[in-house]
Write a protein that binds this ligand. Sequence first.
Ligand code: GAR
Length: 191
Amino acid sequence: MSVKKHIAIFASGTGTNARKIIDHFKNHSDIKIALIVSNKPDAGVLKIAKEFQIPNLIIEKEKFFRGDAYLSELKSAQINFIVLAGFLWKIPSALIAAYPNKIINIHPALLPKYGGKGMYGHFVHEAVIQSKEKESGITIHYVDDKYDHGSIIFQTTCPVLINDTGDDLANRIHVLEHEHFAKIIEECLQK
Ligand code: GAR
């Protein structure tokens, strides 16, 4: 009998990606979403965790960045792989060292453009529209110690339409994220 791989999803917001990922793996024979981690006690993703009866962990800045990065909590939940799905804090190097090539992030634009500190959610979409890009998309990448920098696993594109608002583009990007993220996670875990 194979031992299931345990994923922790880190998220700061609504959690529509987290919901899709949870749904994708809910009856999976080898992979389990074992923990939802959030830095925001009122994040929507925590309601999703409750709905699916997945344990959650609310993290505090001091312990995350200057303490042990919650390594003991992650180890006791037997976490093998970490997925960032709209998680807005930088990942401390202690965590990267403990999970080498086992932390992935989704970014709502075509990196290396429109990444870096402060580039999240609507700030990304507004910058893309402001620059009159004709195309945007999603990037799924390994996480290293620089924002939005690690090696790219997958990208796909969508058009930016002439009268798009940030919300229009965000919705189009979410469709791509929901279509691809869980499948790419599964591929990464089966390597
Ligand atoms: C997603 O679009 C994700 O790409 C983005 O936050 C959103 C979270 O949505 N992440 C970043 O901007 C990271 N720099 P969700 O809470 O509905 O899954």
